[in-house]
Design a protein around this ligand. Structure first.
Ligand SMILES: Cc1cc2nc3c(=O)[nH]c(=O)nc-3n(C[C@H](O)[C@H](O)[C@H](O)COP(=O)(O)O)c2cc1C
Length: 301
């Protein structure tokens, strides 16, 4: 997956098709991801001047490409436009837009040389983003920790459906991936890269960006610990009764994907890269093993 023929790597100028989700406005975690060969992200939810400072702080620590995310539905239109102007003035290489119309910023950002990816949660949404001219699509299924829309479409259906509908636009699978099996699965479905949220929160370097309860909840989670939050973007969050059981209070919650059920350790970001993309022959072997199990099952006479 990590090769120059990979469209996601070529588009973003990265070595490994691993995108960090918009999980924190603090630049340091993104710096580690970008320096490891992926695409670090600054969650663009701060005031325009604070955002400018975060972008500059990133650049002081790394020359590598990175993204800024704009969740378009949050804040008023003027604020979104002001933040976008900061991205232009600071010559941000990549903007990831989510939770809103891809028409709003795509053309304006591209005119200034910025690569634009848009987060989609269904095929109609992906078609609209392609019509708006986005450079890449990030598909967010119902199990992920992100803005999944109202239709609850699973990864198994969303990735192949979007890949079929819009084959010419590079496609990244958002979420549900915490290990190599997950990576192999989304690749088999048609994605050329992954965007990770929950897995990157629960890292050694994530400790500086997230509160202690985030780690306690992710490590304790099983497959029943999350639910849809209310509201138009419907992020997946920890259930109140689960927080009560783990933290002794239901007032704290964490945005996190179902994949938290697979996370039981706090590795470094580099270890996450190694687990997913390291050891090329082993990676190929794991795919081959899966295929040979299929070959053992007769296709029918
Ligand atoms: C704590 C947290 C905050 C997030 N905030 C945003 C956001 O502001 N904008 C956005 O587009 N996605 C946001 N996401 C979604 C991520 O970008 C990513 O797509 C998602 O987490 C992938 O699913 P996973 O958590 O199963 O890996 C957030 C996710 C988490 C866990």
């Amino acid at each position: 997956m990590a090769s120059s023929s990979n469209r996601v790597c070529a588009l973003f100028g990265i070595r490994t098709p691993l995108l960090m989700g918009a999980i924190t406005p603090k630049p340091e975690l993104g710096v580690v991801v970008s320096n490891a060969g992926g695409l670090g992200c600054i969650e663009g939810i701060s005031s325009p001047e604070k955002l400018r400072g975060q972008i500059r702080a990133f650049r002081e620590l790394s020359d590598a490409p990175f993204s800024v995310n704009f969740p378009l539905a949050f804040g008023n239109r003027d604020l979104v436009m002001e933040r976008a102007r900061v991205a232009v003035e600071e010559r941000v290489p990549v903007v990831i837009t989510s939770a809103g119309s891809p028409k709003l910023l795509t053309g304006m950002l591209q005119e200034h040389g910025i690569t634009v990816a848009h987060v989609v949660a269904g095929v109609a949404h992906a078609r609209k983003a392609a019509e708006a001219g986005v450079d890449a699509l990030i598909a967010e299924p119902t199990e992920s920790g992100g803005y999944r829309g109202a239709n609850e479409i699973s990864m198994m259906v969303l990735i192949p459906a979007v890949a079929r509908a819009v084959p010419d636009v590079p496609l990244v699978a958002a979420g549900s991936v915490a290990d190599r099996a997950g990576l192999v699965a989304v690749t088999a479905l048609g994605a050329e890269g992954v965007q990770l949220g929950t897995r990157l929160v629960a890292t050694v370097e994530g400790r500086d960006a997230f509160p202690k309860h985030a780690f306690e909840l992710i490590l304790a989670a099983d497959d029943t610990s999350t639910m849809s939050a209310d509201g138009p973007t419907r992020p997946r969050v920890s259930k109140p009764e689960f927080a009560e059981a783990v933290l002794g209070t239901s007032r704290k919650r964490m945005q996190m994907g179902q994949v938290a059920a697979l996370i039981d350790s706090i590795p470094s970001v580099q270890q996450v890269f190694d687990e997913l993309f390291g050891a090329g022959p082993e990676y190929a072997q794991s795919v081959a093993d899966g295929l040979s199990k299929l070959a053992e099952a007769p296709a029918g006479e």
